[in-house]
Write a protein that binds this ligand. Sequence first.
Ligand SMILES: Nc1ncnc2c1ncn2[C@@H]1O[C@@H]2COP(=O)(O)O[C@H]2[C@H]1O
Length: 235
Amino acid sequence: MEGSGVGECVGTDSRRPFLDRLDRRSSEQLRGLGTPQRFYRGDVLMRQGEPGEFVMLLTDGRVKITGQGREGSTVILDFGIRGDLYGEIAVVAGGTRLADVVAMGPAEARRIAAMEFHHFLEQYPNATKELLVSTARRFLVAQAQRKVPRKATPLSRVAERLSYLVDMCGVATQQGWLIDIPLSQSELAQFVPLGRTVVAEALENLRTLGVITSSRMTIVVTDRDKLDTLHRQQV
Ligand SMILES: Nc1ncnc2c1ncn2[C@@H]1O[C@@H]2COP(=O)(O)O[C@H]2[C@H]1O
């Protein structure tokens, strides 16, 4: 079911999904917990404000994590790939969900009841440590996203986000780094976050500079070095 069929996006070391960071025993155990569920583009796996009755282990497909920006607009906080685990915050902290988790295409996840997940963590202390690492990283990413340098231009902000996506989910092809997430232009705008027209202009500039090629829902970074230079210039 993987989007492109050209290889699998597995994340870089710093962005390795939770499941892939577990040892063999705990990974096998976790993959056997809960019940499998299928989702399609736009389906909500969990919703902001709901109580934490379960976690979801994403076993295939892609998700986006959305929250509310200023003036109630939707902001994409991050994207998720196979092996990521969602819903741990409300399950562990006992409050309500911080964000929506939404399928970006066909996806599969195991829904694991909170009690069952707690029991798993008690049995596998190393999984508890890895869970802490993955949750702490989410907060670091969210923090970095809030600290956009004042002089950053739309072009450099879009370049920085594309560079992040290549690290997270880039697949090497003959043309360059394919971002293996089915991403519409308005979703990219929600992720930067900037208005759609401004992001469309920045993408056009990147195409003209020979840094990317793009077609409907697909972006290929053809010049990674130039992309990184563009976003570092403004930092
Ligand atoms: N900023 C974020 N980046 C990535 N994932 C997040 C972020 N905020 C919340 N989540 C995930 O989305 C889930 C929503 O439900 P929870 O708050 O229980 O747990 C949350 C995390 O798993």
